[in-house]
Design a binder for this molecule. Structure first.
Ligand code: ASP
Ligand code: MG
Length: 420
């Protein structure tokens, strides 16, 4: 049994969907679960729609129309002009969304967000599944929410693994054994049957959840890059492909900010030793990257990861007292309470610095709380730059002309907080 995941870029227009058809025709095979994201930038559009609906702004109708037209265009091209009744279902889904937009929204924005934004995955999988059936790649559409059970932490749902595994292995596995299944990434539901999303770009994670429950022999994530590169090709034009990675290294890369794989994806796969292949849907014959090899078999090329939109918060005690255990534990309690993830930290006797994601809501709360006991300095708009497997050459190359605010080195990894 295998799990394939196709992200937004792989279904961004009609010809992209046709290409997915080709990949499946040539590399599909039996016992396959196909996880698909929303088409192109649909999720961004639906995010705007959720906000406009929640705030009852008139532009909600405009945004809805944009999203609808984008999908209509793809449907029209995939059908090559001929009318097909199976697309009535998709039309009904749009009507359903339109009706929902006429109702009064719940007062919890995150809940509203998930109910609206999840339509992107439903539209895309309906379209892809229908198209594949039309070209003879027989498959069954299934609603991922019937298998992925979460808590009610909207927009960042936590998976209830016990229920999820029971549903996937008991109910989904027998179906996948018989027929290819097309389902959604990114979405699950809570005990009250409300949709809960798993966090932006969460479809990779969905693929891993399904692979875990199905005891799949492998997962492939099909992307518009050759595999996992040693740097984002948009930022590092000389980036090369990494052929093989161990699980810990892939987890580390995702943690430092590599966007190629969603950070939560690796853990469930590592647990069962399921290899993850990152492959190009533009060049499906090519090898791609294999994640899950032994440490001594992985590539040791220097790898560059840039995490932007960071804030450096530096605090020092007002009375020059040491910032040690008792104070640090209170500071960390505060981070935990505000649900702030620390990307890098450094401390000296009387000061402590953290690099965290920029968050308009949480940072003012954090600073306010720290201000009572500490002097707080804030550097906005900084970048966290990581080189794993660094060497002299890569270090010299990337430090040139940079304003290094904080530096941290271990034997394998070098991190800088870079100012603007
Ligand atoms: N469509 C969702 C997003 O764009 C999930 C995903 O693509 O993985 O965030
Ligand atoms: Mg996406």
């Amino acid at each position: 049994m295998k799990v394939y995941k196709f992200g937004g870029a792989s279904v961004k227009d009609a010809s992209a969907v046709k290409n997915v058809g080709n990949v499946l025709a040539n590399f599909g095979g039996d016992e396959l679960l196909v996880v698909v994201s929303a088409m192109g930038k649909t999720t961004n559009g639906l995010e705007r729609l959720a906000k406009a609906y929640f705030e009852n702004k008139p532009e909600k109708n405009e945004i809805y129309k944009e999203v609808k037209q984008f999908h209509d265009q793809i449907i029209a091209e995939l059908l090559s002009g001929s009318f097909n009744h199976s697309y009535d279902d998709i039309e009904n889904l749009f009507i359903e969304l339109e009706c929902e937009l006429e109702t009064t929204p719940d007062e919890n924005f995150d809940q509203v967000y998930d109910q609206i934004v999840s339509y992107g995955e439903i539209f895309s999988t309906r379209i892809v599944s229908t198209y594949l059936n039309e070209i003879g790649i027989k498959n069954r559409w299934m609603d991922a929410r019937n298998f992925i059970s979460t808590d009610s932490n909207f927009r960042e749902g936590k998976v209830d693994w016990e229920t999820t595994n029971r549903l996937i292995s008991g109910k989904l596995q027998p179906i996948v054994k018989k027929q290819m299944v097309v389902t959604q990434g990114f979405i699950g539901k809570n005990k009250e049957n409300l949709t809960v999303t798993l966090g932006r770009e969460g479809s990779d994670y969905s693929a891993a959840i399904f692979a875990f429950g199905l005891n799949a022999e492998q997962v492939s994530i099909w992307k518009d890059v050759a595999g996992v590169m040693n740097g984002d090709p948009k930022l590092f034009p000389d980036a090369i492909k990494i052929n093989a990675l161990s699980y810990p290294r892939a987890i580390e890369m995702a943690y430092y900010g590599a966007t190629v794989i969603h950070p939560k994806t690796i853990q469930p796969l590592q647990h069962k030793g399921i290899p993850l292949f990152v492959k190009s849907f533009l060049n499906p014959e090519a090898e791609g990257t294999c994640v899950g090899v032994e440490k001594d078999k992985e590539d040791h090329v220097p790898t560059f990861i840039s995490k932007g939109n960071q804030v450096l918060i530096s605090i020092s005690s007002k009375d020059f007292s040491f910032i040690v255990e008792d104070k640090l534990s209170k500071i960390f309690e505060l981070f935990a309470k505000l649900n702030i993830k620390v990307n890098l930290m450094q401390n000296s006797a009387i000061s402590f610095s953290v690099c965290i994601n920029n968050d308009e809501k949480k940072i003012p709360q954090l600073i306010e709380a720290l201000n009572t006991d500490y002097k707080v300095k804030e550097n906005q708009g900084v970048e966290l730059f990581t080189i794993s497997n660094y060497d002299e050459k890569s270090q010299a190359q990337f430090s040139a002309g940079k304003k290094i605010l904080v530096e941290q080195k271990t034997r394998n990894t070098l991190q800088w907080v870079l100012g603007v």
